[in-house]
Design a protein around this ligand. Structure first.
Ligand SMILES: Cc1cc2nc3c(=O)[nH]c(=O)nc-3n(C[C@H](O)[C@H](O)[C@H](O)COP(=O)(O)OP(=O)(O)OC[C@H]3O[C@@H](n4cnc5c(N)ncnc54)[C@H](O)[C@@H]3O)c2cc1C
Length: 365
């Protein structure tokens, strides 16, 4: 029997496995998908934290302060650890003055972690909890229509899945059956507004076609009812659209907003990137556009990962309702809730730090 089973070969699972192996454990990594890397491989690869802990608290007010403190305090050493494993850095800094972090090449990051983890068994989903200690790192439940409908939105069937098809809440279900409890924010998720059907969105488009300019646009649902963006990450916008009819809406842009920059792109760039099928003639809007609007894009809410999940402590141990830890059971990455609740923080950072914390604690038991 292995010393430790790790379920999920994404960011959290691979970090946990690599660290446990470095500490001398015999580790088996089982992966449901046909490849390692999980959502991390599809991501922009920016592993970041807020510069000031107070900003983290203010932007994610529903999160557990001790978990947020853990991610904040331990991220920089985690980033150095990844670099020492040979993960290739493509950029230092995030382009956002409120945050600090590093961008990795995600294929190179996956390869470095798989090497350090000693390999992965692909096409081998964890279906029941083994007798051995286990780290659940299955990436939350974004890909389960049923769980998204139960917890997040009645429009679950309409949402675009902007991630892998494999994170269907297996870790959540297995842990709940073993007596686990859930965090706050089970109805929250991270995602982006994307060009709506009939435009076709492939995995390779997940980053490049994101419509990340709600703060420079007039955002409405299909009935013309309006939402005003309140966050720089626009997580409030995508969560709002997800709860509107068909999980769809419109972004209308006025001329003087077209030149506004969001990171390295202008609003005009992002509008132009939207496939023609998602661009709407102003005359075709189902309500009167403002007289000076120049462009409208039909958008759909996409879900990347869930924010609520299993309740864990700073050692990534899965907790029961009464706060006691379940022996031999850890959750890392977005299988764990309580980090970004009420807002948005780096899923990759949460995965890295909780993965390492789980491995360290498992090595002590
Ligand atoms: C397009 C895109 C852009 C993103 N950009 C960023 C960014 O720049 N910065 C950032 O911080 N975050 C970003 N993210 C989010 C980030 O990728 C995730 O938050 C992060 O990968 C979560 O790590 P994880 O290990 O919890 O899940 P994952 O990396 O998804 O890994 C979970 C793994 O578990 C596997 N699995 C599921 N069920 C089972 C089972 N029963 N048994 C075994 N294995 C199972 C899955 O197949 C998957 O491989 C982005 C995501 C996407 C899709």
């Amino acid at each position: 029997m292995a010393d430790l089973v790790v379920a999920g070969a994404g960011m959290a699972g691979l970090c946990a496995a690599a660290e446990a192996r470095a500490r001398g454990a015999d580790v088996v990594v089982v992966e449901k998908g046909d490849r390692a890397g999980g959502a991390m491989l599809l991501s922009s690869g920016v592993v970041w934290r807020h510069r000031r802990f107070a900003d983290f608290r203010a932007e994610c007010p529903g999160g557990q302060p001790e978990l947020q403190r853990l991610v904040f305090d331990r991220l920089d050493e985690g980033l150095a650890w990844l670099e020492a494993l040979g993960a290739p850095v493509t950029e230092r800094g995030t382009g956002n003055e409120r945050t600090t972090g590093v961008r990795f090449d995600t294929a190179g990051l996956t390869a470095a972690l798989v090497r350090a983890a000693g390999g992965v068994r692909c096409g081998a989903p964890l279906r029941e909890l083994p007798a051995a200690p286990v780290v659940l790192a299955t990436g939350g439940f974004a890909a389960s229509r049923a769980l998204v409908r139960e917890h997040v939105t009645p429009e679950a069937d309409a949402l675009l899945l902007r991630s892998t098809p494999w994170s269907e809440g297996d870790g959540l279900r297995l842990a709940l059956a073993a007596g686990a409890s859930t965090s706050a924010g089970m109805d929250e998720f991270y995602g982006r507004a994307m060009p709506a059907p009939p435009a076709r969105i492939e995995q390779r488009d997940f980053v490049g076609l994101a419509q990340l300019y709600a703060r420079h646009a007039t955002v409405t649902n299909v009935r013309g009812e309006r939402h005003v963006a309140t966050t720089w990450s626009e997580i409030d916008v995508v969560q709002w659209i997800a709860r509107q009819p068909g999980a769809r809406g419109f972004y209308r842009v006025e001329p003087d907003a077209m030149g506004a920059r969001v990171r390295d792109r202008t609003v005009a760039d992002m509008v132009a990137a939207a496939p023609a099928e998602s661009r709407v003639a102003l005359a075709d809007l189902p309500f009167d556009p403002p007289p000076d609007a120049v462009a409208a894009v039909r958008v759909i809410a996409s879900i990347t990962h869930t924010i609520g999940g299993l309740r864990v402590d700073e050692r990534a141990r899965v907790l029961r309702q009464d706060g006691t830890a379940i022996d031999g059971l850890w959750a890392a990455g977005v299988d764990a809730g309580g980090v970004a609740t009420g807002g948005y923080a780096s899923g990759l950072a949460q995965a890295l730090v909780l993965g390492l914390a789980a491995a360290e604690d498992a090595a002590l038991t």
